[in-house]
Each structure stands twice: as C-alpha cells, then as structure tokens.
Design a binder for this molecule. Sequence first.
Ligand code: MN
Length: 484
Amino acid sequence: MGLPRLLEAVREYSPKSDLETVELAYDFAAKAHEGQKRASGEPYINHSVEAAITLAKMRLPENMIVAGLLHDVPEDTNVTLEDIEKNFGEDVASMVGGITKLGKIKYRGMERYVENLRKMFVAMASDIRVILIKFADRLHNLSTLDALPPRKRLRIALETLEIYAPIANRLGVGFIQGMLEDYSFKYVNPKEFAWVSGLVKERYRAKERYLKKVGQKIVDELKKNHVEVLDIHGRTKHLYSLFKKLLKYDRNIDKIYDLVALRVIVPTVADCYATLGIIHHMWKPLKGRIKDYIAQPKPNGYQSLHTTVFCDGGDIVEVQIRTEQMHQESEYGIAAHWQYAEAGKESSETANVQIAWVKDLIRLQQEKLGDSDKLMESFENLKIDVFQKRIFVFTPKGDVIDLPEDATPVDFAYAIHSDIGDRCTAARINNEIASLDARLYSGDMCEIVVDKNRKGPNPDWLKFVKTNHAKDRVKTYAKKKRLH
Ligand code: MN
C-alpha cells in the first residue's frame, strides 16, 4: 500500500504537517476512484498516491500533497470540483481545477508552434504549483507507459520531451527534468537509449572505485585546510542530456568529460572558491573548463563552480562545487523556494534566480518570503500573470495560435495566414457555428470557413478586430478599394 509510504515521506520533511488531512484526502480519492483500474490493471488510487509521493520528495506543503491525491477526481469520477472545495477548501480545489484544464493541451507533433504550446501550458496552469503537480502526475504515467498501446506511448513521450521537460528546465527542477527526459527517451528513441545506457553503465562501473579514491583525497586535503565537507558524491549524467551532448561531439564518448562528475558540497560560498583553489593546487585544471556559475548563474538560476582536472594517472575528472542551498535549488528549482520558506531559512542566494517566463513570479515570491508569517498567503498569490493578457487557441490540426485577450475569429484567421483572413466568411468555435466577432478563449478550437470568391475583408471588421496585423490588412484593403 502506498499510503503509509506517503505519510512517512511527508513526516520526514515536515513533522508538523496535518497528516489527518492527507489521510482524509486519500480516503476521499480512494472512494471516488473505487472500482477504477489503470491500464496496467492496478487500482486507480495507486496512481494518485505515487504522484503525491513525488510531491513529497520535492518536500512541498501539505495542501499540494492533498491536491496531488485528488488530481484526477473531477476528471474521472462523479465527484465534482465543488465537492472538493466543500471538503478541502478553495485553494486545493483551484489547484485540482487547474490540473483538469491542463489535460486539454495535447501535443500532436507540430514543431512550429511548440513554443506557443509551452506558453499555453504555463498560462492555463495559471499557478506554478499546478505545474509541479502535473509533473508528478506525468512522471508516474511515464513509469507505467508500457501498459499503453505503442502510438499512445509515443505521443505521451514526445509531448513530455517537447513540452514538460523544457518547462521543468526553465523552472530549474533538475531532478524532475532528468527523469521526464530519460523516461521519454526510452520510448521516443529506443535504440539510442540502449546505446547510451550501455555506455554509461560500463564506464561508471570502471570509474566508481577510482572516484571514491579521488573523493577521499579531496576530503583529506580540504580537512587539512579547514574546509568542512558536508557531502561528496559521484553523479552520472542523465541519459538524455548525455545523448544530446554526444550528438554535438560526433558521438565520441571520450570527448565528454562530465559523464561522471564529483560533487562537493561545502557550507559557504567562500568555501566553494577555497575548494576550487585547493583542488587546482592538487591537480592541473584543463584550459577553458573552469566555469563560475556562482558569479554568473545559468538562465534558470543554476549555481555551482565547475572545473575539470587531470587527476592521478592522467584521468580527467569534472568536479562540481556548491553549497547545500545551491544543491537543493539545482535539484528542486522553484520547488526549493517553498522548502526554504517552510523551514524559515533565509533565501540569500535566490536573489540571482532569473527564469525568463516567471521573473515576475519570483519577484513576488521573494517579497513574500521575507516575512514568514505571510507564508500561506504567498502560496495563494503565486498565480501566473505573465501571460494573463494572451490567449492560446487551437486550429483543427492542433496548432496553437497565440493571440491577445478578446481576440476574434478574424484575428485568428489573419494569424494563420493573410489570405485566410481576407477571405474568411464564417467560423466554428469548438464545433459550433460562431459569428466572426465572437470572443475566443484559451483552449478553444477554432475553424475558419473561407470563401474563395470573396474579394477582400469587410471594413466593418475594424470595429472588433484586436491584432494590429488584422487591422492593417483591413485598412489597407479599404484604402485600395477607395482609390479604384
Ligand atoms: Mn493523473
């Protein structure tokens, strides 16, 4: 049974959590899903619990665990969102509602619009917490993909690589990104997956004992220099990220120096630089391979010092040096902010975090994090307003068109192609006839009926079109007509 594992996982990082509510949510979900089975034949509730356990691994607050347990209830059972609100409150219900909405977005392999689809995903989630729950949901779905027919498998794996993983990357949730990618890699490209995992296994085994020795040497030397080592461990590169790198280096594994890396965790930033100096004193660094991501973090906020050295016997080893907080953030990204807030720690280094899409959000979060009393409030305020002024509308083929709020089918038609705009005569929204000045909403599917004999746009459209492109076309045509 999964419930005891879930409770244990929550108790571990958050002893003060209200486990009773978690248990209530479990009972509620188990009852709602009663009799339902997964494609694998397991009881449905197992899926909900596994998703919740992943959220617990991210050390997220208990109301997110509750939302994780309930995430498929309104979609797949007779129990409604209102029932959830009555039993677990508005905040949990709004997260569950967000997850249900996200279920609408499907990737069908249209590369051109994939960035719009990502934006749409974030916009429709409208709450970072919803995205994290969706990641946990997707991870369990991926781990049970074998039970699905091959075509569906491939669609879900591709969607994960194209939509979920890049968003996980931008949110800096490294361990989720790695798992999403590696699971999907196996289904999207099984041959390459087998090749890369073979390479890693072989090399890691060969290097394991060597790295242990090198690691011990580093610990001894740092001790001599009064630098405390909190943790030192080897890490293997995630398979998909290794694969992408191999493609850049003629598939030559010998050119990849960070296949296995040593990670050294020390207490402070000053210790990081001291450690770097001490290691360079022990072994000669490779030219051009010293990277200071502390002074210059990666766009997703990643911080660490990286160096590659010629170790004993001429072996080349990459060493990554960071503080515990940097380590947490590189694994949990935006989720780490909740952890610090929960623990009441200061978030000093988070000031550098810059995630293009969610910059505003982070700013808001940091303002709130200053005051731990306002903690619960800050969770509620973590809504995404970056895309509040944009909507995302599907074409019948599944392309996603990015439009301003209040856009109409005419704007949509012009966004697809000027000719389609000029000749549009009618529209269908979600398979129902709609007028050309109807208001479109995110997630709508819009179809344009074109009249080939139509000479040009109707000047009356100017009264309602929203995009500049549509306005310009209609105006230009009207002017031309007057001249004739
Ligand atoms: Mn689910």
